[in-house]
Write a protein that binds this ligand. Structure first.
Ligand SMILES: [Zn+2]
Length: 158
């Protein structure tokens, strides 16, 4: 089996929303969870953070698997489900759901930036629908590029 890539999104609920501002929560949550997920990189799964959305919402990762690491994907997906995580000992988050699917570049609106290699979704394409968890991308002179690699004057350039 060649390498496959999966988008895995964790959905969270905040237990004590009165204790933190929305901005603080995003940073703390991301740092805490990223450090825990690092363990999976060393145990054979390549995990790359791609996006986080808002207060108590969603954190998404791209996970690279081959035949020998595919079984680890299930472990990764269930790393947080149903658990309450303390963040800085002050507030807590519950993982309430997971969405995971294979990033199939033939069927879905996704691919690698031709310049830097990050995962992107073409925002100018209506179908297949853009995948909002991935970086913003567009086709420029026949190449799919991310918003950082698009030329400055492009409407989707970062
Ligand atoms: Zn790029």
């Amino acid at each position: 089996m060649n390498k496959k890539h999966f988008l895995v999104s964790f959905y969270f609920d905040l237990n004590s929303p009165e204790l933190v501002s929305e901005d603080a929560f995003d940073d703390e949550e991301f740092c805490k969870l990223s450090s825990e997920l690092h363990g999976f990189v060393y145990s054979g799964l390549q995990v790359e953070w791609v996006s986080s959305v808002g207060l108590n919402k969603r954190i998404s990762f791209v996970v690279e698997c081959n035949a020998s690491s595919l079984s680890l994907l299930e472990l990764f997906k269930h790393a947080f489900l149903g658990e309450t995580k303390k963040v800085d000992g002050v507030f807590a988050i519950d993982c309430v759901g997971i969405i995971s699917f294979e990033l199939d570049t033939e069927q879905l609106n996704c691919g690698l930036c031709a310049h830097c290699g990050c995962w992107v979704s073409d925002r100018e394409l209506e179908l297949p629908k853009p995948i909002s968890e991935l970086s913003i991308g567009a086709v420029y002179q026949g190449q799919l590029l991310c918003d950082v690699c698009l030329p400055d004057n492009h409407s989707w350039a970062f």
